[in-house]
Design a protein around this ligand. Structure first.
Ligand SMILES: [Zn+2]
Length: 139
């Protein structure tokens, strides 16, 4: 087996449904956002062993991370935000853990509002402007 760098896969429909359900229940400010979910697999050595965590956040391994996309990424066809999930690990997570992790990631996403009107701002494509807030916890 050849060593390889990190690899990525689109999340299953099931995982997307979990995110959509959480948005509807607890994060309805994000209802108009298209949130992509990608699985990230750690870089592997020639023996197929991970060379490090799939996802690191400020130097620490994390189950998942999230950020809003840039206008350029949106123009190129990406979603309004991307959640990356540890693809090597998430297969072992009970549903409750997956939900807790996704729910946590969604708390980082905020809709940008006009400071005068309080109305959501749109970007150049007419899509909601989203910003990602830094985590105060480890993941
Ligand atoms: Zn966080």
């Amino acid at each position: 087996m050849a060593a390889k760098g990190k690899t990525y896969k689109r999340a299953s429909g099931e995982m997307i449904e979990v995110v959509e359900e959480l948005v509807m229940k607890y994060h309805d400010r994000l209802l108009d956002c298209n949130i992509e979910v990608l699985l990230v697999y750690a870089a592997k050595d020639k023996y197929g062993e991970p060379k490090g965590p799939a996802i690191t956040l400020r130097g620490k391994a994390a189950y998942a991370c999230v950020r809003a996309t840039t206008l350029e990424e949106r123009v190129a066809g990406r979603g309004d935000a991307i959640i990356w999930v540890d693809g090597d690990d998430c297969g072992d997570w009970p549903d409750s853990r997956l939900r807790a992790i996704m729910d946590h990631e969604l708390t980082h996403l905020e809709i940008v509002e006009n400071s005068k009107t309080g109305m959501p701002e749109n970007d150049d494509l007419g899509r909601p402007k989203v910003q990602s807030q830094r985590s105060r916890s480890v993941n």
